[in-house]
Design a protein around this ligand. Sequence first.
Ligand code: CDP
Length: 202
Amino acid sequence: MAFTIAIDGPAAAGKGTISKAVAAHFGFAHLDTGLLYRAVGAKTLAGVEAIAAAKALVAEDLEAEDLRTPEVAQAASKVAVIPEVRSALVDFQKAFARRAGGAVLDGRDIGTVICPDAEAKLFVTASAEVRAERRFKELQGKGGDQGYEEVLADVKERDKRDRERATAPLKPAADAVQIDTSEMSIEAAVQAAIAAIEARRG
Ligand code: CDP
């Protein structure tokens, strides 16, 4: 049986951690759609034109090293503005969403554009400062050299670009359950997400 869980929200809101935990809890497959845009962004940094890169994307590209760097995140949000890049990635995401056995997709436009009929939709947020602090610590743990202020500026810049673009802007679906994780532990956020989805499962 197909059952789709859409999890959207701004940069570094904890969507990845929550999505993985939710997918494990329900035994569903998980797709981090940000990786698609990061993979295309990485190709543009290597000199490939964005639309051509999106059209030629293959599964192995999502396993490339260094997709989680701040440079690739910025490149991802730049290519994500281009309608032809987005449309080249739609079919793969829709097919993943309807796979038998259930799927969790996290991104920016899953509940609004990719899966408007998803059985459960969450919009995960936190203040920009809290998100930057979490991302700063994550990057530091990987030996990153960005300071907190730089990470905060990066998060705010991407949020602005993601919210203001004409095609598939970042915004909550009308029927999404919003979870503000600013003052929640990761365990509490995961429990809130699971409870909201259980309520939709009936
Ligand atoms: O992990 P983080 O929240 O920082 O970013 P991500 O989810 O990996 O997404 C990287 C960038 O890809 C975002 O800033 C968006 O511009 C873009 N993106 C998008 O436009 N639509 C999606 N469904 C997922 C990501």
